[in-house]
Design a protein around this ligand. Structure first.
Ligand code: GSH
Length: 228
């Protein structure tokens, strides 16, 4: 799709399919806000009516039935659709490199991606709604199991970040790692993880929450927010 990238300026619309509480969509909302990319937010209610993400209309956008989905449409109606928050973040970083969300050296860039993947691959799939629903359908209460997966992931994050953290998880510049951390900590609270044992993560979270991009991306700032 030549000329249809975000930096190409030929786009009719940029849409993000999102759910206010989805940690994966939250990561992308932070990146879009950080890079000052204007977009239209399309809410997808993950619970209502069995979940709008499981409708045939939405499956046509993401065959896994998950948010986020980023959809770019050109003036001529061509559509470029991306799923998977990490792929979306990499795409945004390549097409709108400034302000960057990756450190300057290869080692630190790899460290930021490593920390992000601890959450992305090591924790989030083990707390996802579908898994919780499947466990409940088999008579199992997901909370203790999910809590222990989250604790293991947060402990791993601290071990890795102990060597790299400055103001943020990797040095003094915001990176992918922080975009994965903050939504994950919100999910940890929902599963009653005692976060007092993770002072480094809480300190970085406070730094992030002071930024306008994190304020704009917060679930409470979303049009589909529900106080439940
Ligand atoms: N690896 C995917 C995971 C996407 C994902 O699991 N999204 C969750 C919300 S955070 C979802 O849509 N769950 C719906 C369901 O489980 O039915 C990504 O990073 O985008």
């Amino acid at each position: 799709m030549t000329g249809t990238d975000i930096q190409g300026g030929t786009l009719e619309s940029i849409r993000l399919y999102s759910y206010f509480r989805s940690s994966c969509a939250w990561r992308v909302r932070i990146a879009l806000a950080h890079k000052a990319i204007a977009y239209e937010l399309v809410p997808v209610h993950l619970l209502r009516g069995g979940g709008e993400q499981r409708s045939s209309e939405f499956f046509a956008k993401n065959a896994l039935g998950q948010v986020p989905v980023l959809e770019l449409t050109t003036h001529t109606g061509e559509v470029f659709r991306l799923t998977q928050s990490m792929a979306i973040l990499e795409y945004l970083e390549e097409t709108r490199p400034e302000p960057s969300l990756l450190p300057k050296t290869p080692q630190l860039r790899a460290r930021a991606r490593q920390l992000a993947e601890v959450v992305n691959s090591g924790v989030q799939p083990l707390q996802n709604l579908k898994l919780q629903q499947e466990l409940r359908a088999r008579g199992l209460e997901p909370e203790p199991l999910v809590r222990s997966f989250i604790e293991t992931g947060l402990t791993a994050l601290v071990r890795i970040a102990n060597d790299s953290a400055g103001r943020y998880l990797v040095g003094d510049e915001l990176s992918f790692a922080d975009l994965f951390l903050v939504p994950q900590l919100a999910i940890a609270r929902r599963f009653n993880v005692d976060l007092e044992g993770y002072p480094l993560l809480l300190r970085v979270e406070r730094e992030c929450e002071a930024l306008d991009s994190f304020r704009a991306a917060h679930p409470q700032a979303q049009p589909d927010f529900e106080a439940t």
